[in-house]
Every structure is written in C-alpha cells, then in structure tokens.
Design a protein around this ligand. Sequence first.
Ligand SMILES: [Zn+2]
Length: 434
Amino acid sequence: MFFNEEFETLPREAIQALQLKRLKAMVARVEKSVPFYKEALAKAGVTSDSIKSLADLQRLPFTYKQDMRDSYPYNLFAVPMEDIVRIHASSGTTGKPTVVGYTRKDIETWSELMARSFVAAGVHKGDIIHNSYGYGLFTGGLGAHYGAERLGASVIPMSGGNTKKQIMIMQDFGSTVLTCTPSYSLYMAEAAKEEGIDFRDLKLRVGIFGAEPWSEEMRLDIEGKLNLSAVDIYGLSEIMGPGVAIECCEAKKGLHVWEDHFIPEIINPETCEVLPEGQMGELVITTITKEGIPLIRYRTRDITSITYEPCICGRTHARIARMSGRSDDMLIIRGVNVFPSQIEAILMGVEGVEPHYVLIVERKDNLDTLEVQVEVGENMFSDEIKHLQALSAKIEKQIKEMLGVTCRVRLVEPKSITRSEGKAKRVIDNRNKA
Ligand SMILES: [Zn+2]
C-alpha cells in the first residue's frame, strides 16, 4: 500500500533527476534570499548555475545547529514573514531554541510525507490514531496530527502526560494506532498493568515510535507487551519534524528517507568525507523543496548508515539504518566509544531485567567510571541476594565482552527509575561537573 505510489516508487534515475533539478532551484532561492547562505556559498565558490550533477552537492557548505542558533530567531528564513503560517522550535539543552518556519506549501508537504509514513507503517483510513506526541513548539504532535488528517484517519490529539487518562481513552475510544516515544509506550503498558488492564485486550494494531534512539531488542519487547506491530520513525524539527524517514511494515529493515524532498548523505564526522553505502557515519540532510527555511547539508549528529538496495515493499527510496544514537550522546569511557543504545540492546537480552535503565558516568582519580543501573523484575527482586549478584556479574561480563568497556551494574528495585512521558533520560554524565 502506498499513499503516493507514483513518487514513492520512482525509478532511481528519476529520483536523481528530480533531486538535481530541485537542488539547483533551492540553491538559487537561498543565494538570493538568505544572507547567511549567500556568504557561505560565495566562500565555497559555488553558485546554483555551477551545480551540474548530484556529485556537486559535496562542494556545498555544511549547516550546523550553531548556525541556526546564531540566526535566532528568523535570520535563516528564506521568505518574508507574511508567507510563514507556522513556527516551531526545538528546545536545546543550552540557551535559545532553534526556530523553524513553514509556509503553507511546507505544511502541505509535511502532511503528505507524514501521511506516506503512516501508510508505510500499515495505517489506513478508518484507523483511530492515538497521538501521544507532545503538541506545542515541539513538532511531534502537530506533525503526526496533520499527517493523520491528510490520510483521512481519525486522530485523537492526546499529547503527552496524564497516563491513566491516556489508557482510559485508548480503551474506550478503540484506538488502533499509537504514536509516542518508545520509552513512553512501555511506561503506558506498565501503568495499564497496575490498573488491571492488559494491553493485549486493546484494539491497538500499529505503534509508530520515534524521537529517541531505540534498539531492535526493545522493539520485540514493545511488540510483546503492547501486542502491536512497532515501527521506527525519524525526523527532526530543523529538517521538517516527524516523517523525514520511516520503516515500512513489510520489511522493518531500515527507514525509507523521502528522497524527492530530502537528499541524505553519510559522512565521517571528523574528516567530513562522504562515506560509501553501508558505512556508519553522521547523517547529513539537504532539504530540496522546503520554502520557509531550506537547509543545505545539515549536520544532524545522528549516527547511521544508508543503503540503496531495493526493498520488498516496492518503495524505491533509500533506507537509513536504525539510529545508533547521536554523536553528541556517544559516551567515551576510557577511550572506548559507547552508545546508550548498545548497552540497551545487551540489557534487553538478559532475562530478569526490565527495559528501564540509566547510565551514570563519573570521573574518579582521573579515571572514567560507568555505572549501569537497571531495574529487575518483581520476581527477581524478592530472590536471594546471591542470585542478584550473579545476575549483575553476568551483565558486567557481557558488556565487557561486547563493547570492551568495564562497568559496574547495579540492579535496582522495580519502578525506581524515573519514567518519562517524553524522551527518556538515559545518561547522567557527572564528569564535567566540578
Ligand atoms: Zn520498504
């Protein structure tokens, strides 16, 4: 099933021809209308007329999150404010948020790409979409909402929070699709259980989870506990919001990037060279149809790889691998690179522990230490202490063997790790605190 079969199944040569045409037109727009790009393009010695093939993309300058912060709030906008119909912003951990603006056409494009994403995930007209992504400045809620309406499904604008009410609504309204962060879906399942409600009795069929990296092992856990088909969605407000890429329900093997609107590249984040198909690196995205705030070679900081191999679903758009994490989130522990998602994958494979964990990094006597706190199941916690000791030793050994990093595993009581209704906080890094 497709939402826009013609564009979703374009032959590769047609995708590339369209990308080149749209890339040239976008560069022609920003070199006139955005002083930042006028200067950056001149410095790189590139004009829209000098772009002859997609390989010329590599001559274009990168755009960094810092450039967006420096342009706060509207200096990267490529159209006058009277053409902007929506403004969103993403909260940064430090300082001012990054601001994005959408023209009417941008909202239409976003709605279509989100509708395509829903269909790829196995959603159709007639579905009742329970949308627990946050509504507000964050793009998640409204992005999914407009896509659901564009598709013609029924959307329940829940937003995050008030978990008991969420469960009641899902039960009473007969929700068939759930959209939220993967960690929140597990929290909902746990909260439902406390109320004596089994998620397997609900009508949920499809779950679309994103906004934080999660592992394949967590997918299996969610699918088991919520009795639905779980797919991964990717997006970021700087590029558009949710719906930049999605897994198809047919393969669930990599996320199709809507290449008629975005050009993805994978680069080595240190040397900035473009990497070949299949190699892991930083995802860089160029928007080629956006009007409000077009971005050239935006450094997402997300780590993945790309493949152009045909997919069984019939979509011809390239697929990026499930995110390993953000390069900003990568922990370097005594010189070893570790992503929280790698530790998660190991934890999820261990019987007796729950999918709730937090990583605490400290520096003692100039040495990094990593403590992995993970909850154990109710049955396990009442167990003898020697069993718990054996379990933590087993996890420590697996982490050492698979990731090469020494850590201390502390098993904690069920439900003692703070639950999140949005993005889960997995890492507490105390190293840079005095
Ligand atoms: Zn596919």
